[in-house]
Design a protein around this ligand. Structure first.
Ligand code: FES
Length: 103
């Protein structure tokens, strides 16, 4: 569906950091950078690691397992060992709640 789903309070995402949430059973990583919120799949495209356990710097999330990096805005895989980009999701903030669309 293309409906907006409430996924987090804005304040629950620390500044310049990442948290993991479950959206309809789907693991999603939520990032806050310069007051803006971005969302990607949480499971790395390379292996069984959660990007929310990784390290956010300069708009890139570093996977905790093999240090691959994705751009959090585009999902683009920025370096080896990553070869596949990660899915991103459109987010919206309204009344201090974060919404996203899975579809
Ligand atoms: Fe993420 Fe290998 S599992 S880089």
């Amino acid at each position: 569906t293309d409906s907006w789903i409430s996924v987090s309070a804005l304040d629950d995402i620390p500044d310049d950091d990442v948290i993991g949430v479950s959206v309809n059973g789907h693991p999603i990583a939520l990032y806050k950078m310069d007051g803006e919120v971005f969302a990607t799949d949480n499971v790395c495209t390379h292996g069984q690691a959660l990007l929310s356990d990784g390290f956010l710097e300069d708009g890139e999330i570093e996977c905790p397992l093999h240090q691959g990096k994705f751009c959090i805005k585009t999902g683009k895989a920025m370096c080896l060992p990553l070869t596949d980009d990660i899915q991103t999701y459109v987010t919206r903030v309204e009344d201090d709640q974060v919404f996203l669309r899975l579809g």
